[in-house]
Design a protein around this ligand. Sequence first.
Ligand SMILES: O=c1ccn([C@@H]2O[C@H](COP(=O)(O)OP(=O)(O)O[C@H]3O[C@H](CO)[C@@H](O)[C@H](O)[C@H]3O)[C@@H](O)[C@H]2O)c(=O)[nH]1
Ligand SMILES: O=C(O)[C@H](O)COP(=O)(O)O
Length: 322
Amino acid sequence: MVADAADGWFARNTSHWDDWSLDELVAAKGSQRVSLVVPARNEAGTVGDVVTRVREALVDTVALVDEVVVIDSDSTDATYDVASDAGAVVHRSAEVRPDLGSRPGKGEAMWKSLFVTSGDVLVFMDADLTEWDTHFVPGLLGPLLTRPDVALVKGFYERPGAAGPYDGGRVTELVARPLIALEHPELAGLVQPLAGEWAVRRSLFEALSVPVGYAVELAALIDTAASLGVDAIAQVDLGRRDHSHQALLDLGAMATQILAAMASRRATPAGFETVAARPPQPAGSVSRGEVVLRQYQPGPGGITPVDREVLTFERPPARSVA
Ligand SMILES: O=c1ccn([C@@H]2O[C@H](COP(=O)(O)OP(=O)(O)O[C@H]3O[C@H](CO)[C@@H](O)[C@H](O)[C@H]3O)[C@@H](O)[C@H]2O)c(=O)[nH]1
Ligand SMILES: O=C(O)[C@H](O)COP(=O)(O)O
């Protein structure tokens, strides 16, 4: 039954990036504006390439992307200057709407982007890409610009170096996919639910509660399916993609954030009304907005506990913020 539903969704909503020509997409775009948003924390080595290549291919040569915006997420390296020199509009996450305060995290950077971009459609792309191409952006725009019923588009790709070409990463396979199997089988047709390359209509993203950390992707999928139905989500095969990989213990923090966002949604099922009503700090054991993740490392006196504060705080829907 679940398999049939996932197969049906997959057949209806899966495309390949070259299913549309650039000319078709520019025509379908019409008067809508498109913003590319790149959240970046300490990505001075790669963010320049991402910005330069997208700008040359999709801003200067064809008018598909109207602005390339990098949200510098508390970087301590030269990310701001490199992105700026490459031609992006760069904002420091902490300096966007300072009246709203600042939290560390990728989701925070993406939420803050809503206050400094003008796109009717936002395309998100990671800044740490090492193998990728500019067709990622038109690929993600294809379903959004040609299907009014679609509000969110996820990328998926072949991952060189992974055990199997379509394996997700470690958190995808060990946390996200099992959670989907247990609690959100309606999302089982997504090949890479945690992909950082995705596109969304502003009207949807500004109506969603946004976890400040790495749970932003899974939360957006769950809340979109709950609010608009799973057929408002589509996915696109983007070809090959590689990126820099985090250490296992850092991924423990990512997994904790994802599990916390799921727990919060279990307590308050999503839907536009309930999403809007959900307090920024969810009820239950994660209500403090952060949890302590104890991990162990070798130390001078033997095995040493290391406590890591993991932020599970969520931002309310941006449209509810004055
Ligand atoms: O506090 C942060 C942390 C990361 N990033 C940026 O977010 C992007 C992705 O971060 P990364 O640490 O490379 O994530 P991954 O380990 O690759 O995690 C995968 O899975 C995550 C959970 O769904 C997604 O958010 C990521 O986009 C996806 O690539 C990069 O541009 C980072 O610079 C920020 O802007 N702020
Ligand atoms: O997407 C994921 O599951 C995490 O980002 C980890 O990916 P990796 O195992 O490829 O580093």
